[in-house]
Design a protein around this ligand. Structure first.
Ligand code: HAS
Length: 540
């Protein structure tokens, strides 16, 4: 692996794990407070910790890891080395994002931005918190441009050739990110910064939430797609099998590009100010975006089964026996896949209007995203770290670290079972999310919730042990014995059909994505600008 590119990748990955550690400390404390097991000193607030936890884990850990991982893959598959321009953009993006992160963390920990990771208006933070967010977004754009620049040069030099699957998927992920972040950038720059500096004295709340969720839902696929890259491209190689179908994988990613964005209203189903028809439309589109995940499940089962048959496995589930259970590079992402089955089912519940009325703003939703992003995605990222760090540092994964990795994965799953399970149950019993310890004046319902909150705190403590162990493993990987680790990229199965060229015709796909966005958002936005509540609000 190119030494200079390795440094860029490593800088991102190490920053990500540092954020995970600090965010984990905040998470542990906040979980213990909510369970009534500790009381914070008067100068530290529950919501301050909750904001630090959400921002550092959901926004910073993920974004840094993803950019590092995508850079590693495009460097490896598009010529074996980054172009100087791409590398420079990568480093500039890194520095701008890091300036934003440091500023943001200082503002949060000084108690001036306890507005949680979704920073809903009319809750107001210090203007510097929004400036920090803007820097993180702009930095990520620069990094994205670096990847596009590498990809464009490769295509110019390989006219008529299909790009490598990893690179194609990286481009889709970042295209989606660039289109989606326009929403949050507009919210922060046009609405929240002027308002928090006091240049204007009011803010259009429904508009700000809409711009946020225009970004917020594709954000979750920005987390998911790099995990899918690992599942589609890396896992087949690690298990000694083949990619089931290149065309299916690309089509799934294109469907994510089309349907990830015009669906933000499914986070706003319980909000007034948005017409019923537009909510319905975006729920239909939400059900469209479930399809590429179902295709991914199909494709993974096919890969596993083909691999099993090729190795002589018999019977309906014989393929399970030949999977490399003792290899953490497989085991951690596999546990992520397994958890994604109930996690995805929970998402489908959320997206269904009547059921959303039951679960919205309860701990059920917190349970849902701890299974999706904090288990399926996080475990996949951990699994990637066990080969990515050795690859870029010229080292090898030792059997001891591999064993520790398996233990870390199990600790994570047990912790999450204790935390996310009770969150789902107590959410259905009505316990609200984002609330510090309270018994609501010893209300009988709230008393019933308490054992579940205690179980959540125990789960959170086990998970914190998992955070410490993964951070230890990352440091140990940096000191592992020298040697060469191969970048694992799978080959496509011989029986797979050829990939149609139109899947790489970007103008068509971006055009359709923009058309869908305009269709889903134009009229509701016009209503919001004019300050009228849609007629649908009345009939809801
Ligand atoms: Fe979600 C809220 C709907 C997926 C994250 N979601 C959230 C929030 C977050 C989040 C962070 O419609 C909270 C935001 C906040 O703070 O308010 N979500 C969905 C739907 C999906 C979905 C329909 N969410 C995700 C993913 C996330 C994520 C992925 C992060 C990475 N979500 C919602 C809705 C809300 C919501 C509403 C708002 C709730 C409210 O009222 O506030 C779908 O994309 C899910 C599709 C997934 C599947 C599963 C496919 C299974 C696969 C695994 C195969 C396994 C194998 C192994 C091969 C259909 C691919 C098998 C081996 C064996 C041995 C069996």
């Amino acid at each position: 692996f190119d030494r200079k590119d390795g440094k860029l990748v490593l800088a991102h990955v190490l920053f990500a794990f540092a954020a995970l550690l600090v965010g984990g400390i905040a998470g542990l404390l906040q979980g213990l407070v909510r369970g009534g097991m500790v009381t914070l000193p008067a100068n530290i607030g529950y919501y301050e910790l909750l904001t630090a936890h959400g921002v550092l884990m959901a926004l910073i850990f993920t974004t840094y890891f993803i950019i590092g991982f995508l850079y590693s893959g495009v460097s490896h598959t598009l010529g074996g080395q980054l172009r100087p321009a791409a590398r420079k953009l990568g480093w500039t993006g890194y520095l701008v994002m890091s300036a934003g992160t440091v500023l943001g963390v200082i503002v949060i920990l000084s108690g001036k931005a306890s507005v949680l990771y979704t920073f809903y208006a009319p809750m107001k933070a210090s203007p510097w918190f929004y400036v920090a967010l803007a820097l993180v977004v702009v930095g990520s754009w620069l990094s994205g441009f670096g990847v596009f620049c590498q990809y464009r040069r490769w295509r110019r030099e390989h006219r008529g050739k299909l790009s490598p699957l990893f690179a194609f998927m990286a481009v889709v992920t970042l295209l989606m990110w660039q289109i989606a972040t326009i929403g949050v950038a507009a919210e922060v720059v046009v609405q929240l910064i002027p308002w928090s500096f006091g240049w204007v004295d009011s803010v259009n709340v429904v508009l700000s939430r809409t711009l946020f969720w225009y970004f917020g839902h594709p954000l979750v696929y920005f987390w998911l797609l790099p995990a899918y890259i690992c599942w589609y491209v890396v896992i087949p190689k690690i298990i000694g099998g083949k990619i089931f179908s290149d065309a299916l994988a690309r089509l799934a990613f294109i469907l994510f590009l089309l349907f990830s964005i015009p669906v933000g209203f499914h986070h706003q189903l319980m909000e007034p100010g948005i017409g019923g028809f537009w909510k319905f439309l975006q729920v239909v589109l939400t059900f469209m975006v479930i399809i590429p995940s179902l295709m991914t499940a199909f494709s993974m089962f096919a890969t596993f089964e083909m691999n099993g048959r090729a190795k002589g496995a018999k019977g309906l589930f014989g393929w399970l026996r030949v999977l490399p259970w003792k290899d953490v590079r497989f085991f951690a992402p596999f546990m992520g896949m397994l958890v994604f089955i109930p996690a995805g089912a929970g998402g489908i519940v959320n997206a269904s209007n009547q059921m959303n009325a039951v679960v919205h703003n309860t701990l059920w939703v917190t349970g849902h995203f701890h299974l999706t992003v904090a288990t399926s995605v996080a475990l996949t990222f951990f699994g990637i770290a066990y080969w990515l760090i050795p690859t870029v540092t010229g080292r090898v994964l030792t059997p001891r670290l591999n064993r520790l990795g398996i233990i870390q994965t199990l600790v994570w799953c047990v912790g999450m079972l204790f935390m996310s399970g009770p969150m789902h149950i107590v959410g259905l019993m009505g316990s609200p999310r984002r609330t510090a310890y309270t018994t609501y004046g010893d209300h009988p319902d709230a008393i019933l919730w308490m054992p579940y909150h205690v179980a959540m705190a125990i789960g959170g403590t086990i998970l914190f042990a998992g955070v410490l162990l993964i951070v230890y493993n990352v440091i140990a990987l940096m000191r592992a014995p020298k040697g060469e680790t191969v970048y694992p990229i799978g080959e496509v199965a011989e029986a797979a059909e050829a990939t149609p060229r139109y899947l790489e015709r970007w103008s068509v796909w971006i055009g359709i994505a923009v058309a869908l966005i305009l269709f889903a958002y134009t009229i509701p936005l016009i209503d919001m600008f004019r300050g009228v509540t849609s007629p649908g609000f009345v009939t809801w």
